[in-house]
Every structure is written in structure tokens, then in C-alpha cells.
Design a protein. Structure first.
Length: 203
């Protein structure tokens, strides 16, 4: 067999094995020491399949579509806008374990403002992918900067990570805090402090 042909066959086998079916969830259950035919587990593969479709739906969502910009009357708005308590539900890419908490987003408009509910959807768009919290935080900030073009953007995310808490790596309830600051937030110390003070308060 030639080398190229061998490589092709290996690739084809990999492609085949990438086809993921309910059978694979049943294999996982068996691997964990369970009986997939047990009554409580019979419908589990179908349920898990649906749940993961939801938890990975962010891959099919474009930030540009979410961030339709409202310009009416926004010319006068040049104060820092801060939205707190935006829910974050994601899964870490290292363990496929949930991490969850809240995000605070602040920005200084430059003639364009964005609906508050859209900030929630923007976070969701990146959270419903396999993530690390640091990247999620930067992606939200960068998307806002790119599509709304404000003078500044700040994002602070606080989350509890199942993979760390359940294995004793972190104290239960302990939050991981990440932040991303763009535009004038980097250079304007007063603005940065105002945002970070608002982000530190809970609620
Ligand atoms: Zn993890």
C-alpha cells in the first residue's frame, strides 16, 4: 500500500468514528459502570443529546446578527453604561464540566447604543460553546468593540467552576474573576475605576 493511500484510509476511518450517535452515549453510560437498559437511563441518551445541542448552540450564532445597533437618540449618550448580573452558563473545554455565574458589561457609546437584552444574548452566544473563562471574557469585549464601536468596553465575569470545586481544587463557592478592558478603559484611569467599582458590587 502506498503511503498516501494509507493516510487516506486512516483519515476515512477517523471521519467514520467522528459520526456521533445515541449509541455513543449508551457506550459512555456502560463505560461509567451503568446499565444503559436500566429504566431510569433508557431515555438518557436522547435527553443528553438534546441538552448538548442547546449547550453548544452558540457555534451557530453570529455576534454581528445579535448586535443590531440602535442609533436613534444615542448621539447624546456619552456616559458609561453598565449592565450587571448577566447570566453565564458555559462548559469548560478541559473537562466538559459546567461553569456558571454572572457577567458585568460596561461601555461608553460613540453614537451607537445596543439593547440591553442583546448583551445577554451576546454573552450566551459565546458561553454556549466549549470555553475557558478568560477567552469568553475577551470574546464578549472584542465583539462589542467590533460591532458597536464604542469608545470603551469593559467586561468582568465571575464564575464557579464545577471541575475545580468538585475535585477540591477550589473552595466551594469560590469565584474565578476575569476581566477585559478595551479602548479608553485602558488609558482613562477614572473611567476604568468607575467601571471596576460598579463591577465589584454584587447584584
Ligand atoms: Zn475544567
Amino acid at each position: 500500500m502506498t503511503r498516501a493511500m494509507h493516510a487516506f484510509q486512516v483519515r476515512e476511518r477517523e471521519d467514520e468514528s467522528e459520526e456521533f450517535t445515541l449509541h455513543d452515549w449508551r457506550r459512555l453510560l456502560r463505560h461509567l459502570g451503568e446499565d444503559p437498559a436500566r429504566q431510569g437511563l433508557v431515555d438518557t441518551p436522547q435527553r443528553v443529546h438534546k441538552a448538548w445541542q442547546h449547550w453548544s448552540s452558540g457555534y451557530a450564532t453570529e455576534p454581528a446578527d445579535i448586535l443590531k445597533v440602535f442609533e436613534d437618540g444615542a448621539e447624546q449618550v456619552n456616559e458609561l453604561i453598565v449592565v450587571r448580573g448577566i447570566p453565564v452558563y458555559s462548559h469548560c473545554e478541559h473537562h466538559l464540566a459546567p461553569f456558571f455565574g454572572t457577567a458585568t458589561i460596561g461601555y461608553t457609546p460613540n453614537g451607537k447604543i445596543v439593547g440591553l437584552s442583546k448583551l445577554t444574548r451576546l454573552v450566551d452566544c459565546f458561553a454556549k460553546r466549549l470555553q475557558v473563562q478568560e477567552r469568553l471574557t475577551i470574546q464578549v469585549a472584542s465583539a462589542l468593540m467590533e460591532h458597536v464601536q464604542p469608545l470603551s468596553v469593559g467586561v468582568v465575569v465571575r464564575c464557579r467552576h464545577m471541575c475545580m470545586e468538585s475535585r477540591g481544587i477550589r473552595t466551594p463557592g469560590e469565584e474565578t474573576v476575569t476581566s477585559a478592558l478595551l479602548g479608553e478603559m485602558r488609558t482613562n484611569l477614572g473611567l476604568r475605576n468607575e467601571f471596576l467599582a460598579l463591577a465589584r458590587e454584587k447584584g
